[in-house]
Structures are given as structure tokens and as C-alpha cells.
Design a protein around this ligand. Structure first.
Ligand code: ADP
Ligand code: MG
Length: 679
């Protein structure tokens, strides 16, 4: 039971099941103290009554608790049968939860509740741990308290040397951290809040530090040990494009990143680099120049995009830039025709094709290269770790990997999820861009919005209308989109206006045709779902209307918005919502209206949603910490990162005597959790 519900297999697991919080029996509030500003509160009182009220989805169990100062209502919507079993009118209970007001009366919905036991007379151990436990365990009466008893029994059996220190002593001294044994004792059964906080700090540091040491080891070992193909020279291809066919001057940031890549790929070790650049910062040209660098050194390269549309667009764009040059470039996607596919596969084996642009199709097993030297993954978050791992099988010496993403990842997340990668940031946009003006409008103002869009189109611009893709119901999204299409059409009737529509249900060819018509300016309006999201580049488009924008996440809205503001003209993004949009949604929209800076938005997104949902990190698993919460523990993370870096830099083999505790700990953990390469 314990195993299944809480995945506890060993004593160590039990010790690492940390309490959610402690009950400070000395800190019980009075019910009368509850006000509109009160957040969480703990009160003790007598149960006066309980009853079932309401029906259907509003059906709930309501209980009344009284202390010397007043009455508090408790309500449960779920787990009612189980809760009722524990309620006895006339008994005293200790109740903890988030307070609210219902019909003007204070209330706690789904409180934590337990039979009230007065604090120990001697005043010791007054902080009682509360452990997470699941409904199923509770049903078997193994609740948080029982877990506490098990843990207590275990802790009283073990000696300091049973919990081996894993942080080098000099770091404990320097950072004034509690030792490991004390930390375990005090995280569970602290005798003061201060000790508890010290234990907490120590264990958070430990967790983040160990993770950072691992990531830095991978990174440094790659720098020092792994083999990589060498791009030693800049040659004909690179120079020709650079001096003859580049349609613009590179920005300072683009130059810097290309230099970083050159240095990285020239050292004989494999490059594994994450390139972050906000939408429109000009990553594509960096990719192309890197591919030409590979070609100059006799290596093939591939550029992978998450969707066919993007792959196609990259292919068209790159072919255009390369058209006067003797460079063979091919497009390989799921819908490449058999004959063409055969030609490409042969060309890659023969080495007559220098570079291939594609979707997942590129990493299928049948695709073999003669000499693959560089893999570029665009808009990385659509590619899983496993897919990237496949690349390793494509060459004897692993190719260099450049991962490009336009979804800025907050620094803290980047450090934890991609800490083993080298890292470049493009934080400057090409010159001449005007910031996008973003506004929020209610659906009721649609008529005015349409008038505005029309005035932009009259000036020769183009417009996007975006509809949400509802993950649970493809059918519903489709219907919404179709309705939207009809609506747009009624405002912009043919033949005066022409509309493209793109969505996930279309055959690739149709998508392509519609896309192309919009790119070429043949259609002025693009109606689409979020398939348009990444990378699509139509500089003449100056307005984007996002329908039901309350249904989108912050980062996603920012991504979408990045489709406009790519040309010289002033661009606009109009976020439509229903009047009923939630407070959270309005908060997101407010942020978007206030800033165009993807990094600021990413930080906000992280604050609002927590790390689990941040795009690009969801599958990484590197963020599942037991005790640290990286959003809140930024400072500890920063220190852990610095110390880990210093330590690994100085002693990549961990062979210095002072680092031995760490070395043996990492060794003992190896069997516990596999720590693979990220790419
Ligand atoms: P992203 O980083 O979002 O992939 P792109 O590579 O698609 O951005 O570039 C966005 C637009 O900016 C393209 O139209 C591209 O031609 C243009 N661009 C890129 N670099 C420069 C530059 N140095 N000067 C002017 N325009 C540039
Ligand atoms: Mg791009």
C-alpha cells in the first residue's frame, strides 16, 4: 500500500517523505480573527453539527465548528463519505485551511481536520509533522499521523553516521549549513521553527547542489572528454553567403552567437548548445551559417522543425538564400513522395546532399548519413528527449547539436532543465522593428475590431485570426474554427477579400497551398488554429486577432503574437475574450498588453503556473524536486549552481580528498536513478 500510493520502498524513502507542514499546537487562532485578508488559519473548536446540503454538483457536506469566539463553517464537496466517518458532534477538532466567506460567514472548504490533542505539557516537540497521505491510505487508516509515527521510530533507531554527509565539509562551513543527520531529524521533528528552517535550507541546498553537480559534470566531461567532429576552418560556402548573399547586416548578437558556435565546434569536443532567442530575433540565419560551416568542413547537417509548415518554410527560405551557390539542400517530411524520398535517402548516403531540412521524418531509422556533423533542432520544445537521443545513433562520433528555442525559458529553469547544455541568448532584435501594440477587447467589440482590421488591410497589410486548439476535443476546436471562418468571411466577403485557412485536419498539401497563398500575399487573411504558432514568417502581416484568448497560456500567446511585428510596419495584436474571462486570464492578458519581452513573460508565466507546465521543460523530469521549489528557491539555486560549477571546474574527477563525500554519494545514487544525457 505504501509502495503504490506514495512510492515508498526503503527506509531512506520514508525519511525523504518530508512533512508538508508542521502543526504548531501553540499557535491556534480564534475564529473571530478571520477577516477578508486572512489566508490560511488554524483553529480549534467543538463540532456543533453537520449535514448534507444542495444537490447535483453543488451537493456538499457542511459542518459547524464553534470556539469561544464564534462559529466557522466547514464544507466538503468530495470524499464526503470518508470525512463523515471521522466527524462526531461534540468532539474537539483542530482545523487548518484557507479561509473564505460564503453568504457573509467565514468558511473553510476542504479543511485539514483532525481530533484535537492539546500540546505536550513539557512543551517539547510542539511542532508536529503533517505528512502527505492519499485518500486511499487514509481509508486504511494509515494517515499522516501514522506515517509520522513510523518516521519517528525510524529516526530514533538510527545514528548520525547512518545518514552519511554528502556535501563537502568546507562548503557546509562556508555556507553555514546544518549537517545532514541533524537536517533529517529537524525536518521531521524540529524543536523550534528556527531549526526547522535551517533543516529546510540545508536539504533544499543539498537537492539543488547535487543536481547541479551532476549537470555540470555532464557538461564538463563533454568539454574535456567526449569526442566531437572538428569544424576547423571557415571556408568557401560560409564566406560566399556571408559576403555576397546575406540580405542584411548581421546584428551584434547574431555575430556573437556564430562565433560561439565556431569556437565550440572547432575544439574537437561535441557541442551541445541551447540557443534562446525571442521570436523574430533572427535565429534562422544563425542556423544556416552554422550549416555552411559544417559543409565547409566536409560534413552534412540537418535542420529539424516541429511541423511540416515550418520545415517547408525553412526549406523555401534557405533555398532562396542558397540559390546561387553550389549547395545541395533537400526537404524531407512525412509527405515527401516515395520517389523523391528515395532520391534524398540515396543522396544522404552518397554525400551528394549537403543539408536536409525536415520534420521528425529526418530521424527515422531509415535515414542514414554519410557524414552527419551538425544537427539543428528548431523550436525545440516540440521534440522529446527520446527523439533527440536518436540522433546519437546516426554517426560514429556524435554530431554537434544546436537546439534553438523561441520560448524563452526563465534562467532558473534553464539552469535546472538544461544545465548540462551550453547556452547562448539572443536578446537583441534586428534593427527597425517597432514594438507590437497589444490590446484587450471583449467579444462585444468585434464589429470595431473588424473595422480596424479592414483599415489595416486597406493599407496593403495582412491579418491573422487565431482560434484555440482545445486539446481534449479536436472536434470542438474544428467546429469553433469553422464558425470563426464563416464569421470572418461575413465581414470580409469574397472576391474583394481572400482568406486562407489552415488547421491540423487538413492534408499537408492543402495546408501548404493555403500557407503559400498567404505568404505570397494572394490572400490577405489567414484563419487558423495554433498550428501557425511557431516560426511562420510573413513580414507584411501587421494585425493578429486572437479569439478566446483566455483559453491560451501566457507563453503561447506571446509565441502567437510573434507572427506579427516582423516587418517595418507598426503591428497590432488584439486579444479577444468573453466578458466572463476569469481573473487569472485577465491577469495574463494584462501582462501581455504591458510587455513584449519574452523573458519577462516567461518569468511571469513561471510564477503564475509553476514549473510543471512551462513549455519545453515538461518532459525533462529534471524539475521534480522533493523539497526545493525553484520558483521560490531562486537564491538557493543560484548559490548551488555557483558552488557546483566551481567544484566541478576544479575537480572534474571528484578525486580531491575534500570532495570524496560527494563522490561516494553520487556513486551510491547511480543505481537509484538513471541520469541520462538530455540530448
Ligand atoms: P526567429 O528567431 O524567430 O526564428 P527569424 O530567423 O525567422 O526569427 O527572423 C525573423 C525575421 O528577421 C526574418 O524576416 C529575417 O529575415 C529577419 N532578420 C534576421 N536577421 C536580421 C538582421 N540581422 N537584420 C535584419 N533582418 C533580419
Ligand atoms: Mg524561427
Amino acid at each position: 500500500m505504501l509502495k503504490k500510493e506514495l512510492s515508498i520502498f526503503t527506509f531512506a524513502d520514508l525519511l525523504e517523505l518530508f512533512p508538508n507542514r508542521h502543526i504548531d499546537k501553540t499557535k491556534v487562532n480564534k475564529i473571530r480573527e478571520i477577516g477578508p485578508q486572512t489566508d490560511f488559519i488554524q483553529v480549534a473548536g467543538t463540532l456543533v453539527s453537520y449535514e448534507m446540503v444542495g444537490s447535483g454538483r453543488g451537493k456538499r457536506l457542511v459542518a459547524q465548528l464553534r470556539d469561544s469566539s464564534g462559529m466557522l463553517e466547514l464544507a466538503w464537496f468530495q470524499g464526503i463519505n470518508w470525512v463523515i466517518k471521522g466527524l462526531h458532534v461534540g468532539s474537539d477538532y483542530l482545523v487548518f485551511g484557507k479561509t473564505g466567506f460564503f453568504n457573509g460567514k467565514p468558511q473553510i472548504v476542504h479543511p485539514e481536520i483532525e481530533v484535537f490533542v492539546p500540546a505536550n505539557a513539557d512543551g517539547k516537540n510542539f511542532l508536529e509533522p503533517v505528512y502527505p497521505s492519499t485518500e486511499k491510505l487514509k481509508a486504511r487508516s494509515l494517515n499522516g499521523r501514522q506515517i509520522g509515527k513510523l518516521t519517528f521510530a525510524l529516526l530514533s533507531q538510527i545514528k548520525p553516521h547512518d545518514i552519511v554527509e554528502n556535501i563537502p565539509q568546507y562548503l557546509l562551513d562556508k555556507l553555514k549549513l546544518m549537517n545532514r543527520y541533524d537536517a533529517y531529524c529537524n525536518i521531521h521533528f524540529p524543536t523550534s521553527t528556527e531549526l526547522y528552517e535551517q533543516a529546510m535550507k540545508r536539504l533544499k541546498f543539498e537537492e539543488l547542489f547535487i543536481a547541479q553537480v551532476r549537470l555540470n559534470l555532464v557538461r564538463l566531461q563533454r568539454h574535456k572528454v567526449s569526442r566531437g567532429v572538428v569544424f576547423e576552418k571557415v571556408g568557401e560556402y560560409f564566406n560566399t553567403l556571408y559576403s555576397k548573399y546575406l540580405p542584411f547586416e548581421l546584428t551584434g548578437v547574431q555575430k556573437r552567437v556564430i562565433k560561439e558556435i565556431r569556437t565550440d565546434t572547432g575544439r574537437g569536443h561535441q557541442m551541445n548548445r541551447l540557443l534562446q532567442g525571442d521570436v523574430g530575433s533572427g535565429k534562422t540565419i544563425v542556423a544556416l551559417l552554422s550549416m555552411l560551416l559544417a559543409a565547409d568542413n566536409g560534413y552534412q547537417s540537418c535542420l529539424m522543425a516541429p511541423t511540416e509548415i515550418l520545415a517547408q518554410q525553412h526549406f523555401t527560405g534557405l533555398s532562396e538564400l542558397l540559390k546561387e551557390m553550389p549547395v545541395e539542400i533537400a526537404l524531407l517530411t512525412g509527405s515527401t513522395k516515395t520517389k523523391e524520398r528515395k532520391r534524398i535517402l540515396q543522396g544522404l548516403i552518397d554525400d551528394t546532399i549537403h543539408m536536409v531540412v525536415g520534420t521528425h521524418a529526418v530521424i527515422e531509422d531509415v535515414v542514414q548519413f554519410k557524414s552527419l556533423g551538425l544537427v539543428i533542432v528548431d523550436e525545440q520544445h516540440r521534440f522529446g528527449v527520446a527523439q533527440r537521443a536518436k540522433l546519437w545513433e546516426k554517426a560514429v562520433v556524435p554530431p554537434h547539436v544546436l537546439v534553438m528555442t523561441a520560448t524563452p525559458i526563465p534562467r532558473t529553469l534553464a539552469m535546472t532543465a538544461y544545465g548540462d547544455l551550453d547556452y547562448s541568448v539572443m536578446d537583441e532584435l534586428p534593427p527597425g522593428r517597432q514594438p507590437i501594440t497589444t490590446v484587450h477587447r471583449y467579444e462585444t467589440a468585434r464589429g470595431k475590431v473588424m473595422d480596424f482590421v479592414r483599415s489595416e488591410i486597406d493599407k496593403g497589410r495582412q491579418a491573422y485570426f487565431i482560434y484555440p486548439l482545445i486539446e481534449e476535443s479536436e472536434k470542438m476546436s474544428y467546429e469553433d474554427l469553422m464558425q470563426g471562418y464563416e464569421q470572418v468571411k461575413s465581414f470580409f466577403p469574397e472576391p474583394k477579400w481572400r482568406i486562407s485557412m489552415v488547421h491540423g485536419r487538413q492534408p499537408a498539401e492543402q495546408k501548404e497551398t493555403n500557407m503559400q497563398r498567404f505568404v505570397s500575399g494572394d490572400t490577405q487573411i489567414m484563419v487558423s488554429t495554433t498550428v501557425i504558432e511557431v516560426g511562420v514568417n510573413v513580414p507584411n502581416a501587421s494585425v493578429m486577432v486572437i479569439e478566446s484568448s483566455e483559453k491560451f497560456g501566457l507563453s503561447q500567446l506571446h509565441q502567437l503574437r510573434g507572427r506579427v511585428g516582423r516587418g517595418k510596419e507598426k503591428s497590432f495584436c488584439i486579444l479577444l475574450t468573453a466578458a466572463s474571462a476569469s481573473k487569472d486570464a485577465r491577469e495574463r492578458i494584462k501582462i501581455l498588453c504591458a510587455t513584449n519581452d519574452g523573458f519577462v513573460i516567461a518569468e511571469k508565466d513561471l510564477e503564475l503556473r509553476g514549473p510543471g507546465d512551462i513549455e519545453g521543460t515538461r518532459q525533462s523530469g529534471a524539475l521534480n524536486f522533493k523539497i526545493a521549489i525553484i520558483v521560490n528557491d531562486k537564491d538557493i539555486l543560484e548559490v548551488a549552481r555557483n558552488e557546483a560549477e566551481k567544484l566541478v571546474d576544479e575537480d572534474v574527477e571528484l578525486s580531491l580528498a575534500k570532495n570524496l563525500p560527494l563522490k561516494s554519494f553520487l556513486h551510491s545514487q547511480k543505481s537509484r536513478n538513471g541520469w541520462g544525457k538530455i540530448s
